[in-house]
Design a protein around this ligand. Structure first.
Ligand SMILES: Cc1ncc(C[n+]2csc(CCOP(=O)(O)OP(=O)(O)O)c2C)c(N)n1
Ligand code: SF4
Ligand SMILES: [Mg+2]
Length: 343
């Protein structure tokens, strides 16, 4: 009985790739998909499973990365892969991990480390499946990773607005009109910050962007090594939904970081570490103006100077007033005091 309660399944120890030349050559997401040219989410899938290696099970919720990757009789997945319902990435990750653990505990399969990764889009993860992801992140006895690939819309069903679509973006549910220019007036959810702050026993939460591929893969490797449930949020430029030339995907990823719109960080056992150009910004490097990022995309083509100034002010606020810049949105105490004093 004591043995039953103490059974734990080990994780693989995936050391970080120390530079691009050390990255393994094998691919586990290859040809056979039908994503758009320049699709960064497809690159995220490729890097994610390259980082995890062959002893991996991938579960994918409905969305572009399901539909375009598993057309009948063709698939790029070399590892075992299973579709799960749109809002179910959390349940799929937890259930698969628990199932493997039970089979190993009963001696029905060999006890060995197997990576379980469930991915979801922003619609499936940050909107519909938020509750399931949250529940999974509280189950510290199961090893799994949930990776949210964020193309900032319900892309697969023709670019509808999601809780992760940026302010003012032109989507099929928020087209600018002559009378009302800005149809989508909500600021984007802070998904990784919410997961890190709200799940004290979840050991690993990170943000990534495929423009920084080695860093991204190393965060996936860390998430799978540390044990327990982990969460990664990836920002993925989407040529179709964001309306730009596919050759700009990489550059737009970089600009999202350099403008400070999408900070790169990880929270491991409650300790925050900024990465790359985000770290440089925290240490004083000036951020690029948000207009350099926004005006390269057709979804913001209707923006006036006033809209650009509003967007810039919101990003400035995130860096200058948040308790933890770019991560925790509570206002700093001195800012709060000043606000109280001014009343
Ligand atoms: C419960 C449910 N509602 C609606 C749909 C239709 N649907 C399929 S994919 C999709 C968009 C998902 O958006 P997201 O999760 O952001 O992934 P993306 O398509 O952007 O990759 C929708 C609404 C569905 N499959 N299941
Ligand atoms: S619509 Fe966007 S996310 Fe979907 S396949 Fe095309 S580029 Fe990728
Ligand atoms: Mg999406």
């Amino acid at each position: 009985m004591a043995e039953a309660t103490t059974f734990t399944n080990a994780t693989q120890i995936l050391e970080p790739f120390r530079g691009i030349k050390k990255v393994t050559i094998e691919e586990y997401f290859t040809s056979g998909h039908r994503t758009c040219q320049g699709c960064e989410s497809a690159l995220v899938m490729k890097l994610m499973v390259k980082a995890s290696g062959p002893r991996t099970i991938v579960l994918g919720s409905t969305g572009c990365m399901y539909v375009a990757n598993t057309t009948y009789y063709t698939t790029p997945w070399v590892v075992p892969w299973m579709h799960t319902q749109l809002g179910s990435s959390g349940a799929a990750a937890l259930g698969t991990s628990a199932g493997l653990k039970a089979l190993m505990k009963k001696g029905k399969i060999k006890s060995e480390p197997i990576n379980v990764i469930a991915f979801c889009g922003d619609g499936g993860g940050a909107d519909m499946g938020l509750n399931g992801i949250s529940a999974t992140l509280t189950h510290k006895e199961y090893n799994c990773l949930i990776l949210l690939y964020d193309n900032e819309s319900y892309a697969n069903t023709d670019i509808q607005v999601s809780g992760m679509s940026p302010y003012g973006a032109n989507t099929t549910f928020s087209p600018p009109g002559k009378v009302k220019r800005i149809m989508h007036t909500r600021w984007k959810k802070n998904m990784a910050g919410m997961m890190a702050a709200g799940h004290p026993e979840c050991r690993y939460v990170a943000t990534v962007c495929a423009s920084y591929a080695v860093e991204m893969m190393n965060k996936v490797r860390r998430a799978l090594t540390i044990g327990g449930p982990a969460f990664i949020h990836s920002l993925d430029p989407c040529p179709k939904g964001w309306d730009y030339d596919p050759m700009l995907s990489h550059e737009l990823g970089e600009l999202a970081i350099e403008t400070g719109i999408f900070p790169l960080y990880e929270v491991e056992d409650g300790e925050l570490r900024y990465y790359g150009k985000t770290k440089a910004i925290v240490e004083g490097r000036p951020r690029k103006p948000v207009r350099e990022y926004l005006l390269k995309q057709g979804r913001f083509a209707h923006f006036t100077e006033e809209d650009l100034a509003y967007f810039q002010a919101k990003v400035d606020e995130m860096w200058n007033k948040w308790e933890v810049p770019g991560v925790v949105p509570f206002r700093r105490l001195n800012a709060a005091k000043a606000a109280l004093g001014s009343k």
